[in-house]
Ligand binder design. Sequence first.
Ligand code: NAD
Length: 470
Amino acid sequence: SAFTVDTFTHSFLYLKMSREQLVVQRAKKAFQTGKTKPLEYRIHQLKSLYRFVSERRKDIADAVKRDLNKSEHGTELFETLGLEGEINLAIERLAEWAAPRPVEKNLLTIADNVYVQPEPLGVVLIIGAWNYPWAVTLQPLVGAIAAGNAAIIKPSEVSPNSAKVMEELLPLYLDKDLYPVVTGGVSETQELLKQRFDHVFYTGSSAVGKLVMQAAAQHLTPVTLELGGKSPCYIDKNCDLAVACRRITWGKFVNCGQTCIAPDYILCESSIQNQVVEEIRKSIKEFYTDNPKTFEDYGRIINKRHFKRVMALMEGSTVVIGGESDESECYIAPTVLKDVTAESRVMQEEIFGPVLPIITVSGVDEAIQFINEREKPLVVYVFSPDNKLVRRVIAETSSGALLANDCLVHFCVSALPFGGVGNSGMGCYHGRHSFNQFSHLRSCLIKKLKLESINNMRYPPHTASKMTWA
Ligand code: NAD
C-alpha cells in the first residue's frame, strides 16, 4: 500500500541523511507544529533552562575548571549569574516583548489598526565560542527560546568538557527536538552550515565569521556575528591611575586574557607610562599573588596552539612585567609590554591572552587617530575624570560599545545592546535586544472596508481635481 511505500522511502531518506541534516529536519518539523507559539510554552522552557543552570552548577563548574582552569566562583560570576539574570528577565518581560507594538498613526491610518507584531523566525543555529563556553552559547539561546524559535546549539569543540556536559545534560531539561545540542569540530560545523536556517548566530573570530556569512548567503539566511578585534584602552594622564590600572588589570587578565571585550592594548602619554606599569604590577600582585601559576584564580590558555600563538606575539617587544610561561600547563604569566610600536607583532592581531602592550601617544588627539586608523573594535575604553574628553572620544571614534572608567561591565547591562560594528561584528543581543534579534518584526496594517470615499484620489483617472482635493 501507499503507506508502506511511503514509510520505506522515508526510512531510506533518513538513512541517507547526515546527523546534522536529521536534527535540522526534526527541529523544523517540531517548529511547524506551532508548539513554540504560545508564550506559556516558551516560559516553561526558559524555566527548565534556569533549572538546568541551578541544578547542574557543579557539573558546569567542573567542566569549566577542566577547560580553562577557572575557579568555581569565577564560573558563577562570569558564566552562570549573568545567564540566570537573562533567563529571569526574559520570563518576567516576555509578555511585554511579544505583544503587538502600536506605531504612530497619520491622517490616512487614523481609523486603522497599525502595529508591529514580533514573530518567531523559525529554526536558528547558535554557534558558541570556548572562552566563556556557557555564557556565549546559552545567552543567545535565551533570546531564541523567548522569541519562539527552534534552535540548534553548537558548542565549541575547543572547550570539550563544557561541550560534553552540555550535550549530555541539556536534553534532560529542554525539548530534544526543538533545542538539540550538536557537538563536533570544523567539519560538523561546515555540515551544519550547509543546512537551511532562518537565522545563524555566531560567536568567534572575524575570519570564521566570514565563512559563516558566506555559507548563510547561499540560503539568504540573516546572521548575527559576535566577533572580536583589538579593543583599545586610552588612559588620560589626569586619571586616578591606581583605580584605573586596578580595573584594567582585572579586565585584561581575567580568564587569562581570553575575553572578547578585554582591553587589548593601552594608549597613554609617555610621561605616565612607568607609573601605569607600576600600578598594574601592584594590582597583579594583589589579585594573583607573587606566583600566579599556583594561584587558583589564575586561568590557563585553552590549548597548545593558542599558547604558541600568544607566546609568538611577544617577540620583539620589551617585557616589563611577567613573560614567564610553561607550555606543559599552557601557563603564561600576566605580562605587560612597554614602548610597543604599531608595527610590532603583538599589534597585528587580537591578542586573546594575558599580554598587555602599552603604546605611547602624545595625547588624546593621537589616540583617537590611532584608533580610527584601525578596524572598528568591539569596545573602546577610555579612563578620564574629564567628561568632555570622554564625550570627545565617543563623538570621534566608532566601536561596538564604549565604556568609560571601567572594564567589561557593560556586558552585564541587559538594557544595552551587546555586539560589534564593522570588523567586530553585526547584530546584537542581551535582554530585549536578544528577543528582537531572533524575531521578525512584522508590519501589520488592518483597515476596514469602509470610508471608501477617502481613497478616490488614488484610483484612476488621476485628474487635477482629485489632487486639489488632497
Ligand atoms: P573561531 O572562530 O576560530 O572558532 C569558533 C568555531 O568556529 C569553532 O568551534 C569551529 O568549529 C568553527 N570553525 C572553525 N573553522 C571553521 C571553518 N573553516 N568552517 C566552519 N566552522 C569553523 O573562534 P575562536 O578562536 O574559537 O574564538 C576566539 C574569537 O572569538 C576571538 O576573536 C574573540 O574575540 C571572539 N569572541 C567574541 C565574543 C563576542 O561576544 N563578540 C565572545 C567570545 C569570543
